[in-house]
Design a protein around this ligand. Structure first.
Ligand code: GLV
Length: 336
């Protein structure tokens, strides 16, 4: 490959150094290892002349950016969720898009389960109490919460991560599992997971612990708002490891304040990294900064999968022309 033919890529956020080194084997790489905040105009400016971009779940790849970066051929994300990328607009312009599914399924399910358990068993709330030096003696109902084992687990969005959470509940904790999803699972998968399909209202009414694992988009915006929260048990918990915007955070804050549900565990927020101010004041919600996939091995695997896709999408490496987790592989057959 002559120097002038070497494709150029931009890595929009800081990433493991080894991933930059891998990309350098194939490309002229510009990066952001200082993890500077690039407003959209700066991202567009830095993308000038780039053939591919490595992104995360936060950079907006929209029609304005695509129009301003006509040379762009690949947008490869290390996130599984891709609501920040206008995939249809990319497809229209022949830009390959990939995400990073599978490699984070089990890690994210672990975290969703942990968050649900922390909410049910009041772990954050009691730790704050202890750290504040307020623990002076044992009390018969001190921080008594709900049980997890044997309680009914509800899963809204039964994709890969939802199924991994259901498996943990059914096999590890003896939980009856109910779920609602756009499409019903095949009967043999339902049997294997011990999961029963129910209507959304029934899911809300019957779940002791409801976990949200559905993708975000116009159809799931505020899928859980005041009317849905009103159907839940006052002893129930709600956990969101999917995306901000699926829950109406203001309505949730009100329900938690009025104890219309017992507790919540939230890893994602509407307008994050901003968090609804009332949520920050409530004791019965566990709050984490969008880290459900953040085990070190999994974050490495996600970053390497994005790199695999970028290398292959730009015609290099052992999988040249066949990015492993492309969302619109059809664009590769089209000459631009
Ligand atoms: C994280 O939220 C992801 O989509 O990977």
């Amino acid at each position: 490959m002559s120097a002038s033919a070497t494709p150029r890529v931009l890595v929009a956020r800081a990433v493991f150094d080894e991933v930059i080194e891998r990309l350098r084997q194939y490309f002229e790489v510009r990066h952001n290892q200082g993890d500077a905040v690039w407003p959209q105009d700066e991202l567009i400016q830095r993308l000038q002349g780039a053939d591919g971009v490595f992104v995360t779940g936060t950079e907006a790849i929209d029609t304005r950016l695509l129009a301003a970066c006509p040379q762009l051929r690949a947008v490869c994300s290390m996130a599984v969720g891709y609501n920040n990328i206008d995939v249809a607009a990319c497809t229209e312009r022949g830009v390959l898009v990939s995400n990073a599914p599978d490699v984070l399924t089990e890690t994210t399910a672990d975290f969703g389960f942990a968050l649900m358990m922390a909410a049910a068993r009041r772990i954050s709330e009691s730790e704050h109490f202890l750290r504040a030096g307020r623990w002076t003696r044992w009390g018969h109902d001190m921080f008594a919460g709900g049980d997890v084992h044997g309680a009914t687990l509800g899963v809204l969005g039964m994709g890969r991560i939802g199924q991994a959470i259901a498996r943990r509940g059914a096999l590890g904790f003896g939980m009856p599992v109910i779920y609602h999803n756009r499409s019903r699972l095949a009967p043999e998968i339902e049997v294997r997971l011990g999961a029963r399909y129910v209507a959304k209202d029934e899911l809300l009414r019957q779940s002791d612990h409801l976990v949200l694992v559905l993708p975000y988009g116009p159809a799931s915006h505020h899928a859980i708002g005041a009317p849905e929260l009103a159907l839940m048990k006052p002893t129930a918990t709600l956990t969101n490891v999917a995306r901000g915007g699926i829950v109406d955070d203001a309505a949730l804050a009100q329900a938690l304040r009025e104890r219309r549900i017992a507790a919540a565990g939230l890893d994602v927020f509407e307008g994050e990294p901003a968090v609804h101010p009332e949520l920050l004041t409530l004791p019965n919600v566990v709050l984490t900064p969008h880290i459900a996939s953040a085990s070190l091995p999994t974050r490495r695997a996600m970053a390497h999968l994005a790199a695999d896709n970028l290398i292959a999408a730009l015609g290099a490496g052992p999988q040249a022309g066949k990015p492993p987790t492309a969302l619109n592989p059809q664009v590769l057959g089209v000459t631009r």
